[in-house]
Design a protein around this ligand. Structure first.
Ligand SMILES: Nc1nc2c(ncn2[C@@H]2O[C@H](COP(=O)(O)OP(=O)(O)OP(=O)(O)O)[C@@H](O)[C@H]2O)c(=O)[nH]1
Ligand SMILES: [Mg+2]
Length: 290
């Protein structure tokens, strides 16, 4: 059975701003510039790498030769870059300036020239054969197609109990605070129209990047569709993710983003409140100083 078709039939559209009325949503989708959405979009695959020389032979040959491949290397000490160029002599190599997967992805999609940007891990856990399903979701009208391991047709052998519980907790927190309906929050397999990169406006360096993409997509009113995805174990090497440290970073980011959206309280000095002669307000201030 053709994998792309199988996934294509099981899309479950998730509108990030699902609380909006139909009219509001229609207005938001019209934000999209249909003129740059061509019938046969060019696809750029951004692959962040940190010591993935052993894994790349299991990943790069499975990519469509017509796709632009951008390897963003984080200063690998093994043969990652040479291996990538041996397997895909046309690959563009980008050396990130700082450290972290987040900065790597941002560098990658800044370098991309395709109409669509796909983010794909280099460790063999994500299946390149799923790319057509992401592209099809975008061509069907989504601005941003996010992979989900929790949908029918998706799954993972790589999620430990700790990671899965943390992901669900963080995902529920985002859904409550941003009124989204994401089934998977911290997953690295995603795709979007390149012109949407500005709206995602990502500015973090670490593994919190996918969470930020998902939050900003909702805040920008992008049409988000989830695509089922099956994640395998990393093939060789060890994980760069530290679940507790990175989970805390993600939680802090979620609250930072939530507070960023709140309107700032009008500046009110103690002097102004006293002049207004509002005893309740003065009392509040007094309590605040106690
Ligand atoms: N350029 C760059 N890539 C990175 C960095 N950290 C991680 N990556 C890559 O980002 C992808 C995801 O990182 P992983 O270490 O696999 O994290 P994970 O998928 O949560 O952990 P695993 O269970 O090992 O799969 C891989 O392709 C890494 O090589 C970094 O600092 N810079
Ligand atoms: Mg991985």
């Amino acid at each position: 059975m053709d994998t792309a078709q199988e996934y294509a039939t099981s899309y479950e559209p998730i509108i990030a701003g699902a609380h909006r009325s139909h009219g509001e949503h229609a207005a938001l989708t019209s934000l999209r510039d249909a003129s740059v959405r061509v019938a046969q979009p060019r696809v750029s695959v951004v692959v962040p790498t940190l010591n993935e020389a052993e894994n790349l032979p299991h990943v790069l040959p499975r990519l469509d030769p017509s796709h632009e491949v951008i390897i963003v290397d984080g200063g690998s000490s093994d043969d990652t870059v040479a291996t990538a160029l041996r397997l895909r002599p046309d690959a563009r190599i980008v050396h990130q300036q700082r450290r972290g997967k987040g900065e790597a992805l941002i560098c990658g999609w800044n370098a991309a020239s395709g109409d669509i940007v796909v983010t794909l891990d280099a460790d063999g856990s994500a299946k390149p054969e799923e790319i057509p399903a992401f592209v099809e979701a975008l061509c069907d009208g989504a601005d941003y197609a996010k992979g989900s391991r929790y949908m029918y047709g998706g799954g993972s052998t790589d999620l430990t109990w700790l990671r899965s519980s943390g992901n669900r907790f963080l995902g529920t927190t985002v859904n409550l605070l941003f009124r989204t309906r994401y089934s998977d929050l911290c997953y690295g397999y995603n795709a979007f129209w390149r012109e949407c990169a500005d709206k995602l406006a990502c500015d973090v360096d670490g593994f919190e990047i996918e969470t930020l993409m998902n939050i900003r997509a909702a805040q920008a009113g992008l049409k988000v569709v989830e695509v089922p995805s099956y994640e395998e174990d990393r093939m060789y090497g060890s994980s760069n993710l530290r679940p507790i440290r990175d989970g805390v970073r993600i939680l802090r980011l979620i609250f930072r983003e939530r507070l960023r959206r709140l309107p700032k309280a009008a500046p009110t000095s103690q002097h102004e409140l006293r002049e207004a002669g509002d005893p309740a307000a003065t009392g509040t201030l007094a309590a605040g100083h106690a």
